[in-house]
Ligand binder design. Structure first.
Ligand code: B12
Length: 451
């Protein structure tokens, strides 16, 4: 049957992110079905690309990938559920084919997104396992009861996992590939799934599972090489925490070198003290940008948000990565349980020691259902346990208001060009887009520290 896969994400900050997940879904369905992808990121809102694709392709089923639900930024809140609702309405105007929602954003709010958008079915879990859902639709059977399938108003199944998750060897059918290559040149890949960490606010274990599943380094490197051959000028590794298993990173680095991967690449790292020579070996294989999920530099705060590292580890990781000659940035997240004016000051002061690093700072922890932060907020009466929370709700520390944190952090950032508060920093978006238009590749945040 004909399956149309839609990526509706139009967010272009910090740069346009290639919809990797849909390539995986397309590869899983392509052997048995006629699959087409329509990617709405390059076009303008209301540009009619979706309706045109539906009318031209005449699909028997439509799958929508819901990546972002909101900006997750207290200082610049934007929600995207309305875009999904509008996309479903546009599809309904052009076909009676059933509409299925999937993706990381969908996994966080499945019932609510089905309700708000009016889609027919949802799929929880890895797209590699979604073929039975489409087979049921093709056979005219109800997909109810198929692993991972959610019906509107229905109960939630366990996420469907377990099928080889490495994805297609080469970039898939996305006709917008060339547009991404022209807007930053960044393609992406995973080298593992799952997140074994226990950060209280975070959704990654819920989305990917809490057990790491490491991909074989040679096939991950083969995929990286094919992305390079397809024109990628930069690779983003999208693993939840790349260095959860340092020996895996080293195997990946060695395999990249053996496979002839020559383009630079980046990943998210936990700022844990690394083994000797760790960053040197990764840098020798092309690692150019390290993004540390640091969140706080206050030793009392770190365990409260489920971090096992302390300020000393962050500084050690920072220095080790800098000494290897790679660009280093840190993410900070203020406003967790137990945050006080003192812990905010502690983090601001300690951040001065992170020489040469841009700091991406978020104020306010969004409460996601099922996380440790959510349990705490429920206990404290901050949220109703039945509240869907699709509308972003942020944790409120008892000792300091979020507005006071924003004010203090923004004042600090005002005199420091390498500090970016929230995702709403227009100057940064404009600067990166400008450099991409002139042919530069990669995330380019290193330019902030010289601004
Ligand atoms: C890596 C990453 C980034 C990187 C991307 C780098 C790159 N070049 O690719 C960076 C740092 C740039 C980034 C930025 C942002 N991100 Co981000 N990111 C992630 C992360 C960790 C992994 C995404 C990924 O690539 N996964 C691997 C692919 C293969 O998986 P997938 O897309 O989920 O697809 C699989 C399944 O979901 C499913 N599937 C997908 N679509 C469909 C469709 C159908 C029909 C079916 C059946 C199945 C299906 O099958 C696929 C294969 O198994 C996720 C968290 C997570 N662990 O998922 C957050 C996440 C997606 N990001 C999120 C957010 C909010 C953002 C930002 C808006 C943050 C900000 N304020 O700046 C920006 C937006 C960027 C943009 N332009 O869209 C949220 C989205 C949820 C939400 N709250 O809205 C997530 C879920 C994290 C979170 N907070 O919970 N991000």
């Amino acid at each position: 049957m004909r399956v149309l896969l839609v990526s509706i994400n139009r967010v272009r900050h910090p740069y346009p992110v290639y919809p990797l997940g849909l390539d995986h879904v397309a590869a899983a369905l392509a052997p048995g079905h006629d699959v087409r992808i329509v990617d709405l990121c390059p076009g303008e809102p209301g540009g009619g690309a979706l309706e045109a694709a539906v009318r031209e392709f005449v699909p028997d089923a439509v799958g929508i990938s819901v990546r972002n639900v909101d900006s997750t930024d207290f200082t610049a809140q934007r929600g995207f559920a309305g875009d999904v609702r509008d996309a479903v309405a546009a599809i309904r105007g052009a076909t009676s084919a059933p509409v299925v929602l999937g993706g990381a954003g969908f996994a966080l709010f499945p019932r609510e997104l089905l309700r708000v958008t009016g889609a027919d079915w949802g799929f929880l879990g890895e797209g590699e396992a979604c073929a039975p859902l489409f087979e049921a639709i093709e056979a005219g059977r109800s997909p109810q009861g198929v692993p991972g399938v959610v019906a509107p108003g229905g109960s939630l199944p366990a996420p469907a996992r377990g099928i080889d998750p490495r994805g297609p060897a080469a970039p898939g059918l996305n006709p917008a590939l060339g547009w991404y290559l022209a807007h930053g040149g960044i393609l992406n890949l995973q080298t593992q799934r799952g997140c074994p960490f226990r950060c209280t606010y975070c959704t990654y274990p819920a989305i990917e599972g809490s057990r790491s599943r490491l991909f074989d380094a040679v096939s991950a490197a083969d995929r990286a090489r094919r992305l390079q051959d397809a024109g990628a000028r930069y690779l983003a590794i999208t693993d939840s925490v790349f260095n959860a298993h340092p020996e895996h990173c080293l195997a990946i680095a060695d395999a990249f070198r053996a496979a002839g991967v020559a383009v630079p690449w980046s990943a998210f790292f936990a700022p844990t003290a690394p083994p000797a020579g760790f960053y040197e070996r990764l840098a020798a294989a092309g690692l150019s940008h390290v993004e540390f999920g640091t969140e706080s530099l206050s030793d009392p705060m770190l365990p409260r948000i489920g971090k096992s590292f302390r300020k000393g580890d962050v500084l050690a990781a920072h220095r080790a990565a800098r000494a290897a000659g790679v660009h280093v940035a840190h993410f900070l997240l203020f406003g967790g349980p137990g945050e006080t004016a003192e812990t905010v000051e502690e983090t601001l002061a300690a951040a001065e020691e992170l020489d040469g690093a841009p700091l991406f700072v978020f104020c306010g922890m969004r409460i996601y259902p099922g996380t440790g932060l959510w349990s705490r907020a429920v206990e404290e009466g901050q949220v109703d346990p039945a509240a869907p929370l699709l509308e972003p709700t942020y944790y409120r520390p008892a000792a300091i208001g979020l507005d006071a944190i924003v004010e203090r952090v923004s004042r600090h950032a005002a005199t420091r060009p390498a500090w970016v508060v929230g995702d709403g920093a227009q100057r940064v978006q404009d600067q990166v887009a400008y450099l991409h238009e002139r042919g530069r590749a990669g995330p380019l945040w290193e330019w902030l520290s010289v601004a």
